[in-house]
Design a protein around this ligand. Structure first.
Ligand code: PLP
Ligand code: 3DJ
Length: 419
């Protein structure tokens, strides 16, 4: 088959998949720019309909007119738990175990600092060397502050090296389920079980999992978890993150206490008395505007079957891999993600020696993914608003850019501050 036959076959396949797509009507909940193929919802999701109106209402009426009375009248104080309950439905947790609050980084600190005293005789935290840096930085600083022999043990790949790192000194294992560079996905159930067999606690970073595929925190044995609100959950730039504490650990106490985690915040007593349950993981005043945006954004996941979300994100990724590997054969791109969708999150990465410039050329032609040093071009497949036909179009544009070396322009090689 020549290139045009391959392209025709890929397009026909994509059109058929679009016809059969049970999530197709969810795309109407989003207004993406027409000339853009947005493959970066794994870093910043777009605003679902209703979010901007909600922000206008909360800012204009609830803040502007109702002012301080809104804490009661508009139930602002309940936002963390209300939004937490909506996220819980997406990540397979009982609603009372999840709160939306703070950033993922801060939530890593809170859950890890609460976990360690549950294994008082143990001093080691295991994580992956390639974990998203903030998880490692937070852990390093927490352990340095604790002193007393605490240490971080880094492994290269939890899929292959975890068992060798587990011994009776390990208190907790902090893993990001989907590797942000390669998209490799860990099986939460079996990995948590291995961690528990070694007597340690399983802490999961779901930054690239929540909203991308089925997650079953309660059923799969997670002890604690954190995740982002601005990626697949579409809560907006800097959206509040979430944290999960399994019911059996509700007596655990984070090493960060604030008045919102007090049993009676408005008693204003000088001594801290932790709230019951997960509320003790709250610290300061909730971000009302941001939580409101996230609450409305989560309606896009209303009544959704997460199994169909998972099936579509896998199929989008599979189609992209097939299209790039056939259309871009011999053009210097190699797959950096697992080929097998069962061990891949909702993203696919390729390596190219000039990856940064290639991504800039793609963005200039309306295909928006991102670049991760040193050479990874990364594409996210958010199943709620993408169509299969877009995936083939994106691969075709990539193949044209590679064939014509359209990336080889000085302006595409100047690194931006934020990539
Ligand atoms: C795995 C992972 N954890 C944490 C974060 C960041 O958390 P924060 O919202 O605190 O910047 C990201 C992305 O920025 C991430 O990919
Ligand atoms: N959180 C981000 C930001 O504030 C600016 C730019 C990118 C991000 C990201 O989310 C990075 C992302 N976690 C990643 O997987 O690379």
């Amino acid at each position: 088959m020549d290139q045009s036959d391959i392209l025709r076959a890929l397009r026909a396949k994509a059109e058929q998949l679009d016809l059969e797509d049970g999530l197709a009507e969810r795309a109407c909940l989003f207004d993406l720019p027409r000339a853009m193929i947005y493959l970066d919802g794994n870093s910043l999701g777009p605003p679902p309909h209703g979010v901007v109106d909600r922000l206008t209402r909360v800012a204009g009426q609830e803040w502007g007119v109702d002012l301080i009375t809104s804490w009661n009248k508009n139930r602002w104080m309940e936002l963390s738990s209300r939004v937490g309950a909506k996220i819980a439905a997406v990540v397979g947790a009982e609603s009372a175990s999840v709160r939306a609050c703070d950033s993922t980084s801060i939530n890593v600190f809170k859950v890890l600092s609460a976990a360690l005293p549950l294994r008082p005789a143990r001093r080691v935290v295991v994580s992956e060397r390639g974990n998203f840096p903030t998880d490692l930085y937070v852990t390093q600083q927490l352990l340095a502050g604790l002193g007393d022999g605490y240490e971080l043990r880094l492994i290269d790949d939890a899929a292959t090296d975890l068992d060798a790192a587990l011994d009776d000194t390990v208190a907790a294992v902090l893993l990001t389920q989907v590797d942000y560079r390669t998209g490799r996905k860990l099986d939460m159930k079996s990995v948590s079980a291995r961690i528990h067999d070694a007597g340690a606690l399983a802490i999961w970073d779901l930054a690239h999992s929540a909203g991308a595929f089925s997650v079953a925190l309660d059923a799969d044995g997670a002890d604690f978890a954190v995740g982002c609100g601005y990626k697949f959950l579409n809560g907006g730039p800097g959206a509040p993150a979430f944290l999960y504490v399994a019911r059996r650990h509700w007596n655990a106490m984070p090493m960060l206490a604030g008045w919102m985690g007090h049993a009676a915040p408005f008693a204003f007593t000088p001594d801290y008395r932790p709230a019951e349950g997960v509320d003790r993981f709250l610290v300061g005043t909730p971000s009302v505007l941001a939580l409101s945006a996230l609450e409305t954004a989560l309606d896009a996941y209303g009544d959704i079957d997460m199994a169909s979300v998972q099936a579509k994100s896998s199929a989008l990724g599979d189609l992209f891999i097939e299209a790039v590997e056939t259309l871009c054969d011999g053009q210097g791109v190699t797959l950096a993600s697992p080929c097998d969708a069962s061990v891949r999150g909702a993203q696919v990465s390729f390596r190219h020696a000039e990856g940064y410039a290639v991504m800039q050329a793609l963005i200039a032609q309306g295909v928006v993914g991102d670049f991760r040093a040193p050479d990874v071009i990364r594409f996210g497949f958010a199943p709620l608003y993408l169509q299969y036909a877009m995936i083939v179009d994106a691969a075709k544009i990539l193949s044209d850019i590679l064939r014509t070396k359209a990336w080889d322009r000085p302006e595409f090689k100047v690194r931006a501050a934020v990539t």
